[in-house]
Design a protein around this ligand. Sequence first.
Ligand SMILES: Cc1ncc(COP(=O)(O)O)c(C=O)c1O
Length: 441
Amino acid sequence: MCTRPNRTISREGRGYHFRVTERARKPLSRKLSAIAESATLKVDAKAKALKAQGKPVISYAAGEPDFATPPFIVDAAAEALHDPKNFRYSPAAGLPELRQAIAAKTLRDSGLGVDPAQVVVTNGGKQAVYQAFQAVVNPGDEVLLPAPYWTTYPEAIALADGTPVEVFAGADQDYKVTVEQLEAARTARTTALVFVSPSNPTGSVYTRDETRAIGQWALEHGIWVITDEIYQNLVYDGVQAVSIVEAVPEVADQTILVNGVAKTYAMTGWRLGWMVGPRDAITLAANLQSHLSSNVNNIAQRAAVAALNGPQDEAEGFRQAFDRRRKLIVAELSKIDGMTVPTPGARSTCTRTCGAARPAMGRADADDVARAGRPHPGRGRGGRGAGRGVRPERLPAPVVRAGRRPAARGRAAAAATLRVTDGMPRTGRRAVPERAERGQR
Ligand SMILES: Cc1ncc(COP(=O)(O)O)c(C=O)c1O
């Protein structure tokens, strides 16, 4: 250690305090200095702070279910807390039981049979995204990034010394890129494609044929596919999100699947995700993780085993609640004069805006959350046309307060109905039952 001791911790408050100085000091990392803070988390934190001050803010920032994690999952974690084996380091790539459960889930939902050794459990899907690019990108490589996109991707690509190359798909093409567009953007340096279906932020879901065409194109050119499937269970109106490895099985050899429990099971704060892929790529990622963060918290891993192996009806209840909100918010937003609301129909993911208007993406300033009565331009780091930001006050009252009005008539009654029929637990304040009682359930 060559760091000088921090002498600020003197009881009298005396001593040296760190100061930002350029004096006689080498510059900070250029790579990290170029990375922007997560705009989503920044706006989300701002919204939560305003809420804490009693301001009427509904945050459309983070894709965060507002339900409590299902009790049987919480119970599994509570039980794990009492088992000393969870107090120790465990394998960096994940608990064997969880890797097994993830392999089973991957077969169930993505149609890909994998060995548990092809799974790395990560601190949320976000770490899996980071590690996936680290595993396949070399300095100067280009990564094709369909836009609008989730703000983390370009930064994670840059952290791997790659260059994100945006491929824009607007409303006229249902926010889905075509093979022709990808081919036009491909160069000799193209190493990987980011494929997200259902997409955040657009909610678009590629059809089986579209997915197959893109998978075959990637296969033909030996291009890696980083497919983020974190929203795969949040689809509506009978639509199925077909995994690219199901549509084109051979592309699995050059695909890394990213997923996690955050959205489906209302577990954003537990920080549990994973990556699945070919052994060589997964070994690189696991080695990286063994130096970076080691194993994910064992308690969260035990909870994830319960989530994946347990009954899925509560997760299905969440999905249905999102669907009701989706329909309500689209219907209400459509009533605003001059506002175009793409009908998300069967395509919308709905943990965030239910497929309707959303605040500007990307580098939108967190203060936008607090700005009064002005729509955002809708252009940010998330690419062109990421959305037209609308402050809650500009939305019809039922949408603004969806499910929160104590009394309502007419249009507002729809919102009240939402609240009543939603019936979802939000506080999670629930006594953990005694062991015996838990055993009986
Ligand atoms: C598309 C997408 N992928 C991955 C993540 C990461 O989720 P987490 O790190 O919470 O598991 C998010 C979170 O918002 C997301 O929107």
